[in-house]
Write a protein that binds this ligand. Structure first.
Ligand SMILES: Cc1cc2nc3c(=O)[nH]c(=O)nc-3n(C[C@H](O)[C@H](O)[C@H](O)COP(=O)(O)OP(=O)(O)OC[C@H]3O[C@@H](n4cnc5c(N)ncnc54)[C@H](O)[C@@H]3O)c2cc1C
Length: 474
């Protein structure tokens, strides 16, 4: 006998937790089904003794310009325990380290010191203006980012003509819009490309300018939640903890007349509405129909490595270290995230947790493990270790390896098809009229990073806000 619930939410990652909290405010009847024992998905965590490691995502943003995170907190009444991280990022290039200050002038000065290029002040003034405009658009319209021609028109038709300024940002690549007339060095382009890979999953020549400016600007608005991602997830879980069932993996969905019948690993439910926060390529498997075109499936998985480190001095929390040191990786950099030494809720005040991550193309991963996954993992472990030792040098007093994550690990912990993480890459090939897949049924909605792809947690929270507005109008 199945239990009837008005709205079923699939998945308790950042997107599922966000929409659950928004529905809670409306006093809607809902139930969130999560296949694992803990929330978070790609923004999850795991413990080793006293130490709590962020498994994937580590940083939060979206408070500047009344961004998605601040809107979400206001709407849900949740209070987070955040500390501002400034500088938001250290970018370590062959030329030297660049500090990504949140203050725009300091960031421009810093780049000029290293690259000595005249175009930098104007370029970053324009990026900043465009970034502000884009987040305003996102805030004012449930159609952001546009999914098809009609949503693009709706998005831009509000408050014409100021919004028309955004049209070229939507239709041109970052390269065409911002860089074409400039003489930029290969190294400067590489820096921009690696920064964009973190967020938009794509590089300057193929990312629409609109999404690129948001991706490039996010390190100016970087926040750390006390307790890391566990702390963040706990804060979002608390108000809705009675409306989540853990250990319920949804295995199939059938639509019969006006209702959905949901089968999980532990029971059956019937609902009027489903909000799926798992990737569309997972949703389609549950429905047993095709809703995702091949070109919409993104190619990236992640390689991650976890260490306990003892340092001889305090260093900034987040670093993007440019290196070719990880074999088969499709990216030229490794992202370092340290927990603050003084966050005793997840470390011992002597050692700090360190999460490393880099992109790997799924096909490269398949090739790398074709002979032996165990062997490939040993190679990666050693390579990550070396990258840390080379980067930290004498600052590193001790390092203890804790574990390694690869696409198969992400399948195990997030269920994501082929372990593919990140959203659908932002690409000129499908922007703006052919982007996220459409829901095949009435009252079945898709959120998460294939609904609002490419900007991490802040993007999936904005996607949840947009959906909440849409369904409030239905
Ligand atoms: C290595 C790495 C580093 C990152 N770094 C950052 C960062 O620093 N900052 C940032 O903002 N973003 C970052 N991101 C991106 C960010 O983590 C994701 O965009 C975001 O967490 C996606 O959330 P989601 O809710 O859309 O999906 P998911 O996190 O995938 O959540 C989906 C949830 O659904 C559950 N689930 C799946 N299938 C089923 C099923 N059949 N039944 C029930 N439950 C199911 C999963 O267990 C999971 O909990 C990073 C991602 C990775 C992989």
């Amino acid at each position: 006998m199945s239990q009837f619930i008005d709205t079923i939410i699939i998945g308790a990652g950042a997107a599922g937790l966000a929409i659950s909290n928004l529905l809670q405010q409306d006093k809607n009847e809902f139930l969130c089904l999560e296949s694992h024992r803990t929330p978070g998905g790609c923004a999850g965590y795991f413990s080793r003794g006293k130490f709590i490691f962020d498994a994937g995502a580590t940083t939060l943003s979206g408070l500047k310009y009344q961004g998605p995170l601040s809107k979400f907190l206001e709407a849900s009444g949740i209070e987070l325990n955040l500390r501002k991280v400034d500088p938001g990022l250290i970018i370590s290039l062959a030329k030297g380290d660049i500090t990504r200050f949140s203050d725009q002038k300091s960031w421009i000065d810093e780049q000029q010191k290293i690259f000595k290029a005249d175009f930098i002040p104007e370029l970053w003034t324009e990026i900043e203006k465009a970034n502000e405009l884009c987040w305003k658009l996102a805030e004012e319209s449930a159609n952001f980012p546009p999914h098809n021609f009609s949503s693009a028109l709706k998005l831009l038709s509000k408050k014409i003509p100021s919004k028309l300024r955004a049209l070229p940002l939507l239709l041109k690549s970052f390269d065409d819009y911002f860089l074409k007339e400039l003489k930029i060095s290969q190294e400067y382009r590489e820096m921009l490309d690696e920064l964009l890979l973190i967020s938009t999953q794509n590089t300057t020549r193929d990312t629409p300018a609109m999404m690129a400016v948001m991706g490039l600007s996010y390190p100016q608005d970087t926040w750390y939640h006390e307790g890391g991602m566990k702390g963040f997830n706990d804060s979002l879980l608390l108000p809705i903890k009675d409306q989540i069932l853990f250990g319920h993996k949804v295995t199939s969905i059938a639509k019969i007349k006006d209702f959905y019948h949901i089968q999980t690993s532990k029971g059956q439910f019937k609902s009027r509405r489903i909000i799926s926060s798992i990737p569309t390529w997972n949703t389609q498997k549950l429905l047993d129909i095709k809703i995702t075109e091949e070109h919409q499936v993104q190619p990236w998985g992640a390689l991650t490595a976890y260490f306990k480190v003892k340092l001889n001095s305090e260093i900034p929390l987040y670093h993007q270290v440019h290196t070719k040191g990880i074999s088969h990786s499709g990216s030229g950099s490794v992202f370092f995230s340290f927990c603050p030494k003084d966050d005793l809720s997840r470390s011992d005040g002597i050692y700090q947790t360190l999460t490393l991550s880099t992109h790997i193309r799924y096909q490269n991963y398949v090739n790398a493990i074709s002979e032996s996954r165990d062997m490939a993992r040993v190679v990666w472990k050693n390579e990550f270790l070396k990258v840390v030792q080379d980067y930290l040098g004498t600052k590193l007093l001790d390092i203890i390896p804790v574990g390694l994550g690869d696409p198969d690990t992400f399948i195990e912990y997030t269920e994501r098809f082929n372990g593919l993480v990140g959203g659908i890459p932002h690409s000129m090939k499908r922007s703006p009229l052919n982007f996220s897949p459409k829901s095949p049924f009435k009252d079945l909605y898709q959120i998460g990073d294939t609904g609002f792809p490419g900007q991490g947690i802040v993007g999936v929270i904005q996607g949840a806000i947009n959906l909440h507005q849409r369904i409030a109008r239905v």
